[in-house]
Design a protein around this ligand. Structure first.
Ligand SMILES: [Zn+2]
Length: 575
């Protein structure tokens, strides 16, 4: 009898110990489907804990801890992976990109990286002969650095294509270069005035349109170039997803979708057919030409997209253009155009009312802002919304942030605004020398793209690529650049852009993981390796904490797991 009592109480003590330690017994949770052990697992939890092992069941982590602790989760059907001390991070999150534009990168005329007129003409000829039935020719990727000031000329295109319309987007997507046929079909002549928020470039001597259309002026030719089909967009999304998973990206925010567009249908059909292997959050476009009557349709569109993986909780607003188009809105005039401060695309009263109404209806607002004045005005509109609606967790976001006044950075914190920088761009590249120094002057060019100041002010900073503006959109390149603020391969310290804004490796990792999760209201779902969260992780071939910082961009992802499933495995062929 007494033997029995001792036995029973021992069991009770054991059960109590298990409960108290928070450790799950085999029977409660295990065995796991998948265990990864012997790793250097950087969890990105609130204490940046490092552990050795994780156990995954279904789509979730059920254990995060030591090699010995994970033993309890290994059953006869559990797959066990020996990490051989490799670095494991949460799956990366790209908080501002244009994934649905992938069709263009993979299947359209591609001019990225071409610097000479001759090379561009050759590429167009090659594409045309490979696609002889084209009714129009679309492409992208030419750089303003090769055509400063007034942009490229239609004559370059006319020399090789006269019979069908041509429209080529600049690599930042903010300008279109068209041929004479396009101008003719759109009825754009020397007497056509630039539309609000856009510029038709004219030859300063003849007054003829040159063939470069900036910002809203590109809309004048949109009807000539019809949309992509759902099938084409799905092809693009599949190609993007394959590339993103190989870079370790398991969540992306598509920063611009039109309501009821083929793009949304493409996402929707991918999710319905279980072909989506990553999480997509997206922003619905808000038109500055229209008023508050847009809100109802936006609410309806948001309600349609409630899949587990694809949702559209945010609203996208452009408040200015870009420096290379002289359309970013600045506090002081451009150096090369002393009478211009660029363009603010909204009437301020309209913007205030729109932001207040969007937030009131539960939309997170995602703003494109490049110039310092554009960001200041955007913050004014967010402050107006907070005044009207009271202090709520809106998590409005501002992306790009090329020039930001120090006094505005603290306002991000006070208003709970998330900063979405693109650290890929934090270098003295061609843009810096050919565009930014002459357009902005030396001082402003040298104070571009703050990031450290956002961290110091306690602002949540979530990194992003703006893909396909940035190709390749490999977060490891951005992690290195955010730390060094140097072009990969460059060591000269005078080439560091805005040195005091450099951040640490830990901060860069957070910006691509937990901060990205926060930016997308997903911090309870993903962004860190913690029990109960979605099992999204990547295994790298090199430990970023052990290698010289200038080698981070050469590290690579060996394995990507999303919601507990292996979605990418490196093989020498995938290289
Ligand atoms: Zn963008």
């Amino acid at each position: 009898m007494s033997k029995f009592i001792i036995h029973r109480s021992a069991l009770l003590i054991l059960a109590g110990l298990l409960l108290f330690s928070g450790c799950n017994s085999k029977t409660a949770n295990g065995p796991a489907d998948l265990v990864l052990r012997n790793g250097f697992i950087y969890t990105v939890d609130s204490l940046s804990t490092k552990v050795e092992a994780v156990a995954i069941k279904g789509s979730e982590f059920i254990y995060v801890g030591s090699n010995s602790g994970v033993e309890d989760y290994i059953g006869k059907d559990t797959k066990v992976i020996d990490l051989e001390n490799k670095l494991v991070l949460p799956g990366f999150i790209d908080s501002h990109c244009h994934t649905v534009s992938a069709y263009k990168q993979f299947y359209e005329l591609n001019l990225y990286g071409l610097t000479s007129v001759k090379a561009i003409q050759e590429q167009i000829k090659k594409f045309r002969s490979a696609n002889p039935d084209l009714k129009y020719l679309k492409g992208r990727g030419w750089s303003n650095t090769n055509f400063p000031k007034t942009g490229p000329d239609k004559k370059i295109l006319d020399e090789i294509v006269r019979d069908i319309p041509v429209a080529l987007s600049s690599e930042d997507g903010h300008s279109k270069w068209v041929n004479s046929k396009t101008l003719e079909l759109a009825g754009i002549t020397r007497s056509t005035k630039s539309p609000a928020g856009g510029v038709i470039e004219h030859d300063p001597i003849t007054g003829e349109p040159t063939g470069t259309l900036r910002e809203n002026a590109a809309d004048l030719v949109a009807d000539i170039f019809s949309d992509y089909s759902v099938t084409q967009l799905i092809m693009g999304l599949e190609a993007y997803q394959k590339m993103a998973l190989a870079f370790g990206i398991t969540t992306a925010h598509d920063a611009y979708l039109d309501s009821w567009s083929n793009e949304i249908t493409a996402y929707d059909s991918l999710e319905r057919s279980n072909q989506l292997s990553m999480r997509i959050r997206a922003s619905l476009y808000v038109d500055p030409e229209k008023g508050l009557e847009q809100i109802e349709p936006l609410i309806k569109e948001r309600a349609r997209n409630k899949g587990e993986l694809f949702q559209t909780p945010a609203a996208k607003i452009f408040v200015d253009g870009v420096v290379e188009g002289s359309t970013a809105y600045l506090k002081e005039p451009y150096k090369h155009l002393p009478n211009s401060r660029g363009e603010f695309l909204w009437d301020m009263d309209k913007l205030n009312a729109m932001c207040a109404e969007l937030n009131k209806n539960g939309f997170q607002i995602h703003v494109h802002s490049i110039g310092d004045a554009a960001t200041a005005k955007t913050l004014d509109a967010f402050a107006y919304s907070m005044d009207k609606n009271g202090k709520h967790d809106f998590r409005n976001m501002i992306t790009h942030l090329q020039l930001v006044s120090p006094e505005d950075i603290i306002r991000f914190h006070d208003l709970g605004v998330v900063a979405l920088p693109q650290p890929y761009w934090f270098t003295k590249d061609q843009y810096y020398y050919i565009i930014q120094v002459p357009y902005l002057g030396q001082k402003r060019a040298d104070e571009e793209y703050p990031m450290g100041s956002f961290f110091k002010a306690g602002v949540v900073s979530a990194s992003s690529s703006d893909y396909p503006v940035t190709v390749p959109c490999n977060p490891l390149i951005a992690i290195q650049t955010g730390i060094t603020r140097l072009l990969p391969g460059v060591t000269d310290s005078t080439e560091i852009l805005f040195p005091q804004e450099r951040v640490t490796l830990e901060e860069m990792i957070r910006s691509f993981t937990i901060n990205g999760a926060y930016a997308n209201f997903q911090e309870n779902v993903t962004g860190s390796i913690e029990k109960g969260k979605s099992a999204d992780l990547i295994v790298l071939d090199k430990n970023l904490f052990d290698i010289p910082v200038d080698q981070i961009n050469a590290a690579r992802v060996l394995r990507t797991i999303f919601m507990g499933k292996e979605v990418f495995l490196f093989s020498s062929e995938s290289n």
